[in-house]
Design a protein around this ligand. Structure first.
Ligand code: AMP
Ligand code: MG
Length: 498
């Protein structure tokens, strides 16, 4: 640590309920020491929200703390056990192979939130991995998480990014980094699968009680608890996926170990926002089958929930047939819950206040034209508010053949008449739900490349600033608003970057 820097571990006010209540579900562990940590970014707003001492953490002390070299004195670092279906195949043991839960803080609003390191070195769950993370994926997770948060979508968030001063070996040597992540919890579908696969009913039951109390206290006393948990998670995930779909977000790796029980988005790897609308869009370089394509996400979510249901069966009913029947009933709630959530989101995006039966069909009608005419997901909805105010020109230009959308516009305008809000009110409401700026892939790549190869964080900071205010009309945003040239889109893939 540099001369004159403080060198006592801070106190975060951690309360480590996972460590206390769930012995046998994790391994107590320590972060690997890193050579020369340097704080790339502290999320000051989030640090304040957590009640941390922002002023002292935003500097050399923060670099020590968030690299894992000097964990908070009240941390009880641990690696969580979990399993998971990855691209459909079951791995009975994954676990935190490069992450550590430091503990939980109760934030200023009274919410319990995990603070965890990612990229903090090998653990007993590392298998053949080095336990490390590279700067690129760390900054990507930072940016996309903050964008999702600004869009109002439940998500884990980055508290800090630290460069370790070490080179790590991927396809080439890359600068290493550690991400500090804040989550409602890190409990995953795969966490339940881990104990189910071992027939460890006791830990499965403890985990169920714990998760219900932490995330769904309102139904914690329902019987059987495991069925209540399944129902609550089903609803939360239906809401979450509808929100992803509404902003054109593609997670990229919806393995069951990357799906939370809390309903937060987690584990931003090869994820991206769509530019032109194409439901088959896949960004992940490892998703050769298109399993996690944009349009498959609701179906995959339900598939993952079915894996959660399977894990919970022994707790649902001693009679297996009866347990399957009850779990199936609950799982079948996913489709209507999702469709309701999706239709509500689309209705808002179309500027409609009151529900009508044909609203989903109206939205689907627009999507079909967008797909055929390669129209940009984000800008179509954003510019529709200008149509509401009487100017269709910018909107029509988004379609390969602008005339192709005219019949739909007539239908939509008739629907708006029945909805009966003044144009200004409708347009303002639309601009509050339809973002102008999303983290466009080419801007994300640009920011990451500058940070990794030129040690220049200015493009990252500029993009972060933009995506934190997605709905505002401001001067000088144009470069962040427009989609990339076609040539970029055709060649773009994001990499798992592990
Ligand atoms: P992820 O792709 O980050 O969701 O990780 C999937 C699984 O692989 C988790 O169990 C991770 O802990 C593990 N993993 C990913 N990258 C590494 C790494 N570099 N070293 C050790 N384990 C890793
Ligand atoms: Mg993961």
């Amino acid at each position: 640590m540099p001369d004159g820097a403080p060198h006592t571990a801070p106190v975060f006010g951690l309360d480590n309920s996972y460590a206390r209540d769930l012995p046998g579900t994790f391994v107590a562990w320590r972060a690997a020491r890193v050579a020369a940590p340097r704080l790339l970014k502290l999320n000051r707003e989030l640090a304040e929200e957590l009640g941390l001492d922002t002023a002292t953490l935003d500097g050399p002390l923060g670099a020590e703390v968030f690299s894992g070299n000097l964990p908070p004195s009240d941390a009880e670092p641990l690696a969580q056990a979990y399993a998971g279906h990855q691209f459909g195949g079951f791995s009975p043991q994954l676990g935190d192979g490069r992450a550590l839960l430091l503990g939980e803080v109760i934030d200023r609003k009274g919410r319990r939130r995990d603070i965890a390191l990612k990229g903090s070195g090998q653990t007993p769950f590392s298998r053949r991995g080095d336990g490390k993370a590279a700067i690129g994926p760390v900054l990507r997770e930072y940016l996309i998480g903050e964008a999702m948060h600004a869009l109002g979508i439940p998500t884990t968030r980055a508290l800090a990014a630290v460069a370790t001063g070490e080179q790590i070996l991927r396809d080439t040597a890359l600068p290493g980094a550690v991400l500090t992540r804040v989550a409602a919890s890190h409990i995953r579908v795969g966490t339940f699968q881990f104990f189910a696969a071992r027939g460890d009913r006791e830990n499965l039951a403890k985990l169920t009680t714990y998760t219900l109390a932490r995330h769904y206290p309102a139904v914690a006393s329902a019987e059987p608890p495991a069925l209540a948990l399944l129902g609550a998670v089903t609803e939360a995930q239906a809401q979450l996926i509808a929100q992803w779909m509404a902003v054109g977000f593609i997670h990229g790796v919806m393995n069951t170990d990357n799906m939370t029980l809390s309903g937060e988005t987690i584990d931003y790897g090869p994820c991206a926002f769509m530019d032109a609308y194409a439901p088959g869009t896949v960004f992940s370089s490892i998703d050769h089958q298109g399993r996690y394509a944009y349009g498959n996400q609701p179906g995959i979510a339900q598939w993952n929930l079915a894996r959660l249901a399977e894990a919970l069966l022994p707790l649902i009913d001693p009679n297996e047939d009866r347990a399957v029947e009850r779990a199936t009933d609950v799982l079948q709630g996913f489709v209507p819950a999702y469709e309701r959530a999706w239709t509500d989101r689309m209705r808002a995006k179309l500027g409609l206040a009151e529900a009508e039966d044909g609203d989903a069909a109206l939205a689907l009608g627009l999507l079909a034209i967008m797909e055929a005419e390669r129209a940009d997901w984000t800008l179509v909805f954003r510019r529709l508010s200008r149509v509401a105010q009487g100017d269709a020109s910018a909107f029509r230009l988004l379609f390969g053949n602008p005339a192709a959308v005219d019949d739909w516009l007539t239908l939509w305008q008739a629907r708006c008449m029945r909805d009966g809000r003044p144009a200004e009110v409708r347009a303002a409401a639309m601009d509050r739900v339809n973002p102008l700026v999303i983290p466009r892939n080419h801007k994300v790549e640009e920011a990451i490349a500058a940070a990794v190869w030129e040690n220049d964080l200015a493009p990252f900071e500029a993009l972060l600033d933009q995506i934190q205010r997605p709905f505002e009309e401001m001067e000088g945003r144009e470069a962040f608003v427009l989609p990339p040239p076609q040539s970029f889109t055709e060649n773009f893939r994001t990499f798992c970057g592990t």
